[in-house]
Write a protein that binds this ligand. Sequence first.
Ligand SMILES: CC(C)(COP(=O)(O)OP(=O)(O)OC[C@H]1O[C@@H](n2cnc3c(N)ncnc32)[C@H](O)[C@@H]1OP(=O)(O)O)[C@@H](O)C(=O)NCCC(=O)NCCS
Length: 153
Amino acid sequence: MIQRMEVGDLDRIVDLERLCFSSPWSKDDFLYELNENPFGYYVVLKVENRILAYLGLWMDEERAQITTIGVDPAHRGKGYAKALMEHMLEVCSSRGVKMYSLEVRVSNRSAISLYKRFGFIQVGIRKAYYQDNHEDAYLMIKESEENECVSVQ
Ligand SMILES: CC(C)(COP(=O)(O)OP(=O)(O)OC[C@H]1O[C@@H](n2cnc3c(N)ncnc32)[C@H](O)[C@@H]1OP(=O)(O)O)[C@@H](O)C(=O)NCCC(=O)NCCS
């Protein structure tokens, strides 16, 4: 079951952040996203009432930027990230989003493969983007299907 993230979820989310990321977000970061950021949209994926995965984005009328996606390491490879991406695309498409973007560490093969599977393409590189180890990021984007150019011969 996928549902909106709530403040009561944050202790579990912060635990998952630590398992998923070398520079995890804090509880305060998520509190800001849930309570104050008008562009924030955060969801959790629950199985038997336990949060196993989550996804966040910033969204306005036309654009969405994926800010985070994480899956409990004990439950990877089960399609949970795919389910969250499908949910995110459905919600964004229903709200008229035309362009999606994200940054991903150049070494993060599983995430890059996930994003490519959903039609994201690499369009740029942000040098030394990550503060912890100065790793580069790929900038990846995806246009909504309605927004793609159709070439007519
Ligand atoms: C990346 C991540 C979200 C994938 O979650 P997941 O639930 O295991 O992914 P799914 O089972 O839904 O797989 C979806 C697709 O992701 C890619 N993928 C997932 N695990 C992969 C792996 N170990 N190697 C290569 N590709 C992988 C594949 O394209 C896969 O599609 P396929 O099953 O048709 O091959 C998860 O590994 C994770 O939480 N990583 C740590 C956090 C992170 O790096 N987030 C991304 C930040 S930009």
